[in-house]
Design a protein around this ligand. Structure first.
Ligand code: HEM
Length: 453
């Protein structure tokens, strides 16, 4: 069975109009590029501070509230400064490896939650709408790395501040389509259609408030430790607060934007992985055998174990190829560019259509099939296609949270595969992807977690 068959709008457009075409998004002209080599041409020509999209609405909110921009919304020098601080702290696998034990603590709670949820169902095996569970796991995991604190999202009763944050995040993604790239609703229309802008601001207020609570709490702890003459030790946030390489407002903004970027992306990918494993029992068995031969039945994996399990890495890569949670990415050209023989003037918004290129047969034979082993390198010279599937983006502006997301996903999937046989529930019809800003499951994914032992 083909794992990915439904075509999204951009794929339909590229079938109809070709691999490079112009269209309009509200008043904005957009040039879409749905060809691996042309995407490579654009990304290889990037300057030192690439621009992704028009972030005017994000900037407007921040100016109105006296807030700073974070990595997603900042541009130019401002962005470059923050990026060079953060990339040194979280972009190398070894910087993130130290979080293995912390994340494993969250995985333990995830596994316990699977058991608690399935015990509530008549068959004692089904977890309904698995994304709800992975959302809480991803939020707990990324917040632990960012705020150095557990939030309690995987407990039976979620604490009120975390519930309020979740509400603000849902609101943001419901207004995502219209508001994120503000060009879609011109400013003069706001008095006539006030709701999207109001919701957008309300949602940001909630997201910033949450980050500020946690940052301020950590700051008070550090101040108390200093006053008591104790050594101050900690992770990312402690480092940022102690070194003052970023201002306090910049820390609030980056913590806010990283948490926003790190929850749905990771949880949807985990949901798709689980669905694909359930649909393909033979592939799941192959990965299970690799996990058990590396770790046995009980050893808890740490980040050093992951390179020994190439199929776990292949599983995540193949999931993101079939269901890239950000199905497209953007760049604004900073100089005139010739792409595929067309002159594209500086200042043009480009849409790079990853969802199309990652399902292109020329880069990925049997492109709609779920084949994690296609990512396993046969030897040191064997490289799998690069620009066809770049779910974390590319280059200096690529995803700064990639290593965090990978650690969370690798550790969770390894333990779930080690402990459970994952099966599709009869309650689940075929789940197709829908694009709602992010590529999301169009229906709840309900799965059975059957104990392996
Ligand atoms: C499966 C998980 C994730 C996927 C697929 C993903 C994907 C992406 C993509 C495609 C971009 C744009 C890159 C570009 O323009 O070249 C991006 C940017 C970004 N991501 Fe992620 N992301 C994920 C998880 C995370 C996590 C966990 C965090 C935070 C801890 C995060 C933080 C960010 C930030 C801050 C940016 C903006 C970087 C900048 O502009 O300098 N992401 N992500």
């Amino acid at each position: 069975m083909a794992a990915a068959s439904a075509l999204c709008k951009k794929q339909q457009h590229s079938q109809k109009y070709g691999r490079i075409f112009k269209s309009r998004f509200g008043p904005q002209l957009v040039v879409s590029i749905a060809d691996r080599d042309m995407v490579a041409e654009v990304l290889r020509a990037e300057g030192v501070a690439p621009q992704r999209a028009n972030m005017a609405s994000w900037k407007e909110y921040r100016d109105a509230r006296g807030r700073a921009t974070g990595l997603i919304s900042a541009e130019g020098e401002e962005w470059l400064k923050m990026r060079s601080v953060l990339r040194q702290l979280i972009m190398r696998p070894r910087d993130i490896a130290v979080f293995s034990d912390d994340i494993n603590g969250v995985v333990t709670d995830l596994v316990a939650r699977v058991r608690a949820l399935r015990s509530k169902q008549p068959d004692g095996l089904t977890v309904l709408n698995v994304n709800d569970l992975f959302f809480k796991y991803a939020m707990e995991g990324v917040a632990l790395m960012l705020y150095e604190r557990r939030l309690g999202c995987l407990e039976e009763q979620i604490p009120q501040p975390s519930l309020e944050y979740i509400a603000a995040l849902h609101l943001m993604f419901s207004s995502f389509k219209t508001s994120m790239y503000a060009g879609a609703i011109p400013k003069w229309l706001r008095p006539l259609i006030p709701k999207p802008w109001k919701e957008f601001c309300h949602s940001w207020d909630g997201l910033f408030k949450f980050s500020q609570i946690h940052v301020d709490r950590k700051l008070s702890e550090i101040q108390a430790q200093v006053a008591a003459g104790q050594e101050v030790k900690g992770g990312l946030l402690t480092y940022l607060l102690v070194t003052k390489e970023l201002t306090l407002e910049e820390i609030y903004a980056n913590m806010t934007e990283m948490l926003l970027a790190g929850v749905d992306t990771t949880s949807f990918t985990l949901s798709w992985s689980t669905y694909l494993l359930a649909l393909h029992p033979q592939v799941q068995q192959q990965i299970y055998e690799e996990v058990v031969s590396t770790l046995g039945h009980d050893k808890i994996p740490v980040s050093e174990d992951i390179p020994k399990m190439p199929l776990i890495r292949g599983l995540v890569k193949e999931t993101l190829r079939l269901f890239p949670v950000l199905p497209g990415n953007g760049r604004i050209t900073q100089k005139n560019l010739i792409v595929g023989g067309y002159l594209i003037p500086a200042g043009t918004q480009l849409a790079l259509c990853h969802y199309t290129t990652s399902l292109d047969e020329s880069g990925f034979p049997s492109a709609t099939q779920f084949l994690p082993e296609r990512w396993v390198r046969k030897d040191a010279t064997d490289r799998v296609d690069n620009f066809g599937s770049i779910p974390f983006g590319y280059g200096i502006r690529s995803c700064v949270g990639r290593r965090i997301a990978e650690l969370e996903m690798h550790l969770a999937l390894t333990q779930l595969i080690q402990k459970f046989r994952i099966q599709v529930s009869p309650l689940t019809q075929e789940v197709r992807a829908i694009t709602h800003g992010l590529l999301t499951p169009g229906a709840p994914i309900n799965v059975l977690f059957v104990d392996r032992k």
